[in-house]
Write a protein that binds this ligand. Structure first.
Ligand code: AQP
Length: 347
């Protein structure tokens, strides 16, 4: 149960999360988000709460997307969700633009959130870079739409990677301010759920940068559609240091690239970093990298094969998304109506 912002109304647990179809899915998306969505789906089924997973296509267009590529990437993301273990019969899967309540609530939240809150967002600063005047207004307002994505379902828990923590905190601030401004206990104060060995998978070329779909270098990331040769080559060429692997986690301090590869291994093997190092401590990277490549191929190949199979039937993917959108709308519409009543709209 999660408390409302002010006087302690309790909300039934409900899980929401999303991924942008802004490129091909990466190992970072898989380990930091998607694989954990599957755990939540199964927990939801056992404990009787809903889980809602979205392809946030409206977020993707905050930076330019070729329309045909966007459609393909959205279907590919849906295929990635399903191939990773999400089941449309168990969880709600849909693309954001089909449920208009997201953008309608986002407008209300644009009027709640403050410019200063948005200006502090590190994703805004990173993505807009030095040329903020030329960035889209949508990129600036991104976190407000994200708050709407979550709160239009009264979601109480949002599994995300480390990079999204600040946006979830802003979602909480918006819920609290809305509830205070209107004297209601309407929106829950959502919990970010950031857990596991790979909450921040780093670039294979630069251990200080997050692995990202939009990194200009394809060698910086493992794509979920990469074949065995590509995965092995990227791991072989991954930047490392000349030292052998340590036997304990403290030995990874100050060695960002080494830490990243060990974290990836641990996450893929479902082990802790200490368990991995107990086995591989003392080995050189020339020995460890082939082990990692073999493990990555064994875990990822069945997913990419299944994604390719699903992509052969795009109509079936579209039907799944339409059905998911209908189920999502059934939850979102009453929340939006009530929000309009609170705000003072005549309907
Ligand atoms: N490198 C990562 N490590 C762990 N988790 C990650 N996530 C993304 N990259 C990593 C998690 O994946 C979910 C979906 O992210 P997103 O696509 O909505 O946006 P993002 O975080 O901006 O992802 P990218 O790959 O970096 O996309 P682009 O390049 O388009 O900006 C989130 O839960 C995120 O934490």
């Amino acid at each position: 149960m999660t408390d409302a912002a002010s006087t302690g109304t309790t909300f039934q647990p409900r899980v929401f999360s999303g991924i942008q179809p802004s490129g091909g899915l990466t190992l970072g998306n898989y380990l930091g988000a998607m694989r954990r969505f599957v755990d939540w789906q199964d927990k939801g089924l056992n404990d009787g709460f809903e889980t809602i997973f979205c392809m946030v296509d409206l977020h993707a267009i905050t930076v330019w997307q070729d329309p045909e590529a966007l459609r393909r990437q959205t279907r590919e993301l849906a295929a990635g969700y399903i191939a990773s273990g999400l089941d449309p019969a168990k969880a709600i899967l849909f693309n954001q633009s089909q449920v208009h309540e997201h953008t309608q609530l986002a407008w209300i939240f644009n009027c709640i959130a403050r410019m200063g809150w948005m200006q502090r967002m590190t994703q805004w600063k990173d993505k807009a870079g030095k040329n903020q005047q030329n960035a889209s207004l949508g990129l600036f307002a991104y976190p407000s739409l994200m708050a709407a994505d979550i709160l239009v379902y009264h979601a109480t828990h949002v599994p995300v990677g480390e990079d999204q923590k600040q946006h979830i905190e802003l979602t909480r601030d918006i819920a609290i301010k809305f509830n205070n401004d209107y004297g209601v206990d309407f929106f829950p104060v959502t919990e970010p759920v950031i857990e596991g060995a790979a909450t921040r998978v780093m670039s294979l070329r630069d251990g200080s940068k997050k692995m990202s779909k939009s990194d200009p270098s394809d060698m910086a990331r493992i794509n979920m559609t990469d074949d065995a040769d590509a995965i092995a080559q990227k791991i072989r060429k991954a930047r490392t240091d000349p030292e052998a692997l340590p036997s304990e986690a403290e030995g990874l301090d100050g060695r960002a690239e080494a830490r990243n590869l060990v974290n990836i291994y641990a996450a893929l093997a479902d082990q802790t970093v200490d368990q991995v190092l107990a086995d591989v401590g003392g080995k050189q990277f020339s020995e460890f990298k082939p082990m990692l490549a073999e493990l990555a191929v064994a875990k990822l190949s069945p997913i990419s094969t299944e994604m390719a199979r699903l992509m052969e039937a795009p109509d079936e993917i579209d039907a799944i998304l339409r059905n998911g959108a209908e189920r999502a709308r059934a939850i979102a519409a009453p929340v939006l109506k009530k929000t309009y009543d609170i705000v003072g709209m005549i309907r």
